[in-house]
Design a protein around this ligand. Structure first.
Ligand SMILES: *[C@@H]1O[C@H](CO)[C@@H](O)[C@H](O)[C@H]1NC(C)=O
Ligand SMILES: *[C@@H]1O[C@H](CO)[C@@H](O)[C@H](O)[C@H]1NC(C)=O
Ligand SMILES: [Cu+2]
Length: 170
C-alpha cells in the first residue's frame, strides 16, 4: 500500500513537472529587477528558448519594464509612442518568438544606470540530427514548438509515466 501511494506520488510529481520543461527565469535572480544589478552578467550563459518565460520582480512604482528595439536600447530611450510599459512589479513575459529582445526600465535614469536587459531567444529545444559528412544535406524534420515542449522531452516524459504506471499495475 505504502509503495503504491509512493508511486502515485511520483506520477503526480512527474506529470506536474512536464509543462515546466520550459524554463521560468527570474530576472536578476533574488536581486530582482532593481538598480545595482548587472543584467548582462545575469543573462550571460543562459539558454533562452521559445516557450520559456522571464519574470521581472520589483516593488510596484519603483520601476517598470519596457520592451524596446536595439537602437533605443543602446541609447536608453523609447521612440515608440504606442509602447506601454509593464508596471505590476511581477511582470511575466512569455518568450514566444526567437530573436533578440530588449527591455529597459523607463523610470528616471535607471536604464543608463544599468536597468537594461538584452537576451537572445532560440527556437524551442529539439533534437537535431547530426549531418552525415559527404551525404546530400538533409533537411531536419520540422520541429514542433507548440506549447514550448519539444517532442523529445514529451517522449521522455511519456515513457517515464508509462513505466511508473506499469510498476503500479504489477
Ligand atoms: C556588467 O558586467 C560586464 C561584464 O560581465 C561588464 O562588461 C559591464 O560593463 C557591466 N555593466 C555595468 C553596468 O556595470
Ligand atoms: C511599438 O509598440 C507596440 C505596442 O507594444 C508594438 O506592437 C509595435 O510593434 C512597436 N513598434 C515598433 C516599431 O517597435
Ligand atoms: Cu528602474
Amino acid at each position: 500500500m505504502a509503495s503504491r501511494a509512493f508511486l502515485i506520488t511520483i506520477i503526480v510529481v512527474v506529470a506536474a513537472a512536464a509543462p515546466a520543461l520550459a524554463t521560468d527565469y527570474m530576472v536578476g535572480d533574488d536581486a530582482g529587477w532593481n538598480l545595482g544589478v548587472n543584467f548582462t552578467t545575469w543573462a550571460a550563459g543562459k539558454d533562452f528558448r521559445v516557450g520559456d518565460t522571464i519574470m521581472f520582480m520589483y516593488t510596484p512604482g519603483t520601476h517598470n519594464v519596457l520592451k524596446v528595439n536595439g537602437a533605443d536600447f543602446k541609447q536608453c530611450v523609447s521612440s515608440n509612442a504606442s509602447a506601454v510599459p509593464l508596471t505590476s512589479g511581477n511582470d511575466v513575459i512569455a518568450l514566444s518568438t526567437p530573436g533578440k529582445k530588449w527591455y529597459i526600465c523607463d523610470v528616471a535614469d535607471h536604464c543608463s544606470k544599468g536597468m537594461k536587459l538584452v537576451i537572445t531567444v532560440s527556437e524551442a529545444e529539439a533534437p537535431t540530427p547530426a549531418p552525415v559528412p559527404g551525404s546530400p544535406s538533409l533537411t531536419p524534420p520540422a520541429t514542433s514548438t507548440a506549447g514550448g515542449v519539444s517532442p523529445l522531452k514529451s517522449c521522455v516524459w511519456m515513457v517515464t509515466v508509462m513505466a511508473a504506471c506499469r510498476m503500479i499495475m504489477a
